[in-house]
Design a protein. Structure first.
Length: 229
């Protein structure tokens, strides 16, 4: 290289020279590219993470709603079961044997039950407190309680009409069993047509869906060990 060229190469470049302007432009371009935002890969990764978070939140929300719905149904079932248990216990505990020829005897069959009892909601001073009740499952898988009020004295006019309420739904059938008093041997039977009352009535519920099972009910009648009130 000639001496003149080597001197020019060693001489510092002025700020306004073309080489200086090109270096400055390159630095500003890199800075501008860095300030323009995320790259495509970074955006894809962010979207994937956001999607995972949203899926997790959706599953947690569905689980919470399902748990709340299940808890509500269980609470409703427990409330209905408690109401049914209370009504049947009050009626069976107050069952009375026939005292006149017009009274029907305690008729206990394998899947239905009929007897005379005291109405638990009637005051003691009310002259009409007895009712003939019947318990069974209808064709719509409903546990139905029917009753007709019976007067303690001769009624003037028409007798009260039969009434009914639905105690529970989704019942396939009820299996009933009756036990003698301890003084009579305490044996169990699937039917009861004796003139006296059984010492104990057991009700087994068979549900239509077959997935759940209610506890059996065992209700004593208001008899003492001698078989009398």
């Amino acid at each position: 290289m000639p001496a003149t060229d080597r001197a020019l190469a060693r001489r510092p470049q002025s700020p306004g020279s073309p080489a200086s302007r090109q270096g400055k432009l390159t630095a500003e371009t890199g800075k501008l590219q860095a300030d323009q935002g995320f790259t495509l890969i970074e955006v894809i990764v962010a979207l994937v993470v956001l999607g995972v978070i949203l899926v997790g939140l959706g599953q947690a929300t569905r689980f919470g709603m399902s748990a709340w719905g299940l808890e509500t149904r269980l609470a409703d079932n427990a409330s209905a079961l408690e109401r049914m248990d209370r009504i049947l216990r009050l009626l069976i505990e107050q069952a009375s044997p026939p005292v006149s020829t017009d009274d029907k005897p305690f008729d206990g069959q394998e899947h239905r039950l009929s007897f005379k009892t005291l109405l638990p909601d009637e005051p003691q001073s009310e002259p009409v407190r007895h009712a003939q009740v019947a318990l069974g499952v209808d064709d719509h898988h409903r546990l139905v309680l029917r009753w007709q009020i019976r007067a303690n004295a001769t009624l003037l006019g028409q007798a009260p009409k039969e009434q009914q309420i639905v105690l529970a739904e989704g019942i396939e059938r009820i299996d009933l069993a009756y036990r003698q008093n301890a003084a009579d041997g305490g044996k169990w039977s699937k039917t009861w047509t004796d003139g006296a009352l059984p010492g104990l009535v057991q009700i087994h519920f068979v549900l239509a869906n077959g997935h759940h099972r209610w506890p059996d009910m065992q209700v004593p009648t208001m008899l003492d060990s001698n078989g009398s009130f």
